[in-house]
Each structure stands twice: as structure tokens, then as C-alpha cells.
Design a protein around this ligand. Structure first.
Ligand code: ZN
Ligand code: ZN
Length: 345
């Protein structure tokens, strides 16, 4: 089968690999339909690492996928050949302290698609996964919306982590890429009051407005602190950072009200932030870190069922042979790209 592998920094190659086979009774063989290009894949593409997670080349990336079930193991009951499924890229052990505490996403033996040292990615024609990672969908879904469930789960979980009744609350979001937009779309379903989006790219601000942001600002041209004070002098209940940028963190802590929350979703490229503890401490602002998602796949599928327009963030489709171009485009923010999808069949 055809598989895309990273063979070096900024270098994809299409290679032939043997078909994967079912090993356990609960395994399923999935024929990949569509794969979304994620910001974390871009970190591997441009830097060969995320923090301490370092790629050994050649390496197959990709974790946001949909596919068709081709073959099932003897104990499989929830899915059958021919089903279109959204795939949760995370395989947990089910027996460690984290799994037993209801935290499979921080499982001690977690293995994640397209994560160095764990599992090869899904930029390939077929993968084998355990049944529990596959979620069947209503006919409302197509291969693209099914593959978008994974990034949407991050938005759903980030909003959940804020543990806030968002009705009539004023909220800020830094970054209007796929994750920032996912947070925005989920907040819109909860009757959130005003949502202020901060994003330097003009076309992404437009998209955020189209998806229901109350107001959008370029944080490099307008001071987030000044515009927030003008709109909400008491400042914001919750701010989501979906950029991983130091500047956004500096701006965010200045616009959160006392007792408010900062939700860290973005990945800092160097693995560190400098945080203004003086502001945080005086205002008793809590920081919540988001590690991927926990138990949010079914909730996200339900949100799309109810009309959340997840496909609105897709701007480009590529054939597998054009994966190199897709990654160049996404990493360079070219051609108005927000979410690029790679379609296998
Ligand atoms: Zn992702
Ligand atoms: Zn575990």
C-alpha cells in the first residue's frame, strides 16, 4: 500500500509498505478516506519535533482521519465492513492508574497515531486500530466531516475544561486556526454572550466573524487590552489561547477578570512560556492545560448532528501525491488556508 513518510525536515516521500494485518480479536482494518493536516503535524514537518517528542526519519505522520471499515476481528460488534467511521487516534491501555481514573488521554502507555515512538500515522491507505477507537456516523456525515471530528474534540474538551456556564459570558479566543475556530463553534452552541477573537491573519478573522465571533481584532495592530476594556470594562471570564505564542499569553493575562480562567490549548514551540505571576496571583486567575481530549468524541459527533458547521473551516483538498504541497501551504499560511484535507479515495 501507498504510505506518505517524512524522510527529513520539510520532505515527504510516497513509499510502498506492506498492508497491516489484524492481530487482536478487537482489531479492525480501516481503509483511509480523508486525513486532516494538523498544526502538530506541521511541527514535525518543519522542526522534526514537538518539545521532547523527536521524530526519527523516516516517519509516517497524520492523526486526523476518517475511513471505511474493511475487515473486523472475531470479537468486534460495534462496527462492520462498509461503515464510515471517525477514528480517535488515541489507544489507551485500560489498566493503568490514569485509565482507571477516567483519564485515558493521559494513559501511562498511551499510543497515538502519528506520534514519534508510538504509532505510525494515518497518511496511508490502510491502518489497523482497536474497535473502541472507531465511531460510526449517521448519513449526515461524509469523509471530510468525519475526519474533522478529531480537531473538533479538542475544541469541545477545551470548552468543557473551563467548567463555566457560558450563557451571557464574555469570552476571548487567541488564534482563529482550526482549533480556535472549533472552540468558537462550540461556544456558539452554548449561548455564550460576546466572543472576542484575536488573530493576525485577515482571512482567518473573516472566517471567525462568519462563524459567529462578536468582534475580531488583529492583536499586532490593536492592543487586546484596550479593545477589551472598551467592550467589557470588567474584563473577561474566560480566555482560550489557541496559538502557543508568548505574545498571546502576555496579552491574555491582561484581559481576564479576577477569578477568571486562562485555558491553554496551543502548543508552545519551545515548550515554555514566561508568565506574569503578579497579575495571575493578584487576580487569582486559574490556568487550565488541555491535553488533547477526554471522552469528547461522541459529544462532538452530536454537535455536528445538531448543525455545528465543522466543514466551514476546510479551505483545501489535496490528493495524497500532493502531500508535500499541502504541508508547505499550511506551514506557510499560503493561499488563505485554514484546514487542508488529504483525500485518499
Ligand atoms: Zn490534530
Ligand atoms: Zn492506561
Amino acid at each position: 500500500m501507498k504510505t506518505l513518510v517524512l524522510t527529513g525536515i520539510r520532505k515527504f516521500e510516497m513509499v510502498k509498505r506492506p498492508m497491516p494485518i489484524l492481530k487482536n480479536p478487537d482489531d479492525v482494518l480501516i481503509r483511509i478516506k480523508t486525513v486532516g493536516v494538523c498544526g502538530s503535524d506541521i511541527h514535525y514537518f518543519t522542526q522534526g519535533r514537538i518539545g521532547t517528542q523527536v521524530v526519527e526519519f523516516p516517519f509516517a505522520v497524520g492523526h486526523e482521519c476518517s475511513g471505511i471499515i474493511e475487515e473486523v476481528g472475531s470479537s468486534v460488534t460495534r462496527v462492520k465492513p462498509g461503515d464510515l467511521v471517525a477514528v480517535d487516534p488515541s489507544i489507551h491501555c485500560g489498566t493503568c492508574d490514569q485509565c482507571l481514573a477516567g483519564r485515558p488521554h493521559t494513559c501511562r502507555k498511551n499510543r497515538f497515531l502519528g506520534c514519534p515512538g508510538q504509532l505510525d500515522g494515518c497518511l496511508t491507505e490502510y491502518i489497523v486500530m482497536p474497535e473502541f477507537t472507531c465511531f460510526t456516523l449517521s448519513p449526515k456525515f461524509n469523509a471530510t466531516t468525519a475526519a474533522l471530528i478529531e480537531p473538533l474534540t479538542i475544541g469541545t474538551y477545551s470548552v468543557e475544561m473551563a467548567q463555566t456556564d457560558f450563557r451571557n459570558k464574555t469570552v476571548g479566543i487567541f488564534g482563529s486556526g482550526p482549533i480556535g475556530l472549533s472552540v468558537l463553534m462550540v461556544l456558539k452552541t452554548l449561548g455564550t454572550g460576546q466572543i472576542l477573537c484575536f488573530e493576525p491573519l485577515d482571512y482567518r478573522r473573516k472566517k471567525a466573524l462568519g462563524l459567529g465571533a462578536s468582534s475580531v481584532f488583529n492583536p499586532f495592530e490593536t492592543s487586546p487590552e484596550e479593545v477589551t476594556l472598551a467592550i467589557e470594562p470588567l474584563l473577561l471570564d474566560v480566555v482560550f489561547d489557541c496559538t502557543g505564542e508568548q505574545q498571546a499569553i502576555d496579552d491574555a493575562v491582561k484581559i481576564i477578570k479576577p477569578g477568571g480562567k486562562l485555558i491553554l490549548v496551543g502548543i508552545p514551540p519551545e515548550g515554555k512560556y514566561l508568565i506574569n505571576m503578579d497579575i495571575l496571583r493578584r487576580n487569582e486567575i486559574s490556568i487550565h492545560n488541555v491535553r488533547r481530549q477526554n471522552h469528547c468524541v461522541e459529544k462532538s459527533i452530536q454537535l455536528v448532528e445538531e448543525g455545528l458547521p465543522v466543514d466551514q473551516m476546510v479551505t483545501h483538498h489535496f490528493a495524497p501525491e500532493k502531500t508535500q504541497q499541502a504541508f508547505e501551504m499550511v506551514s506557510g499560511y499560503q493561499d488563505g488556508v485554514i484546514k487542508a484535507m488529504i483525500d485518499f479515495s
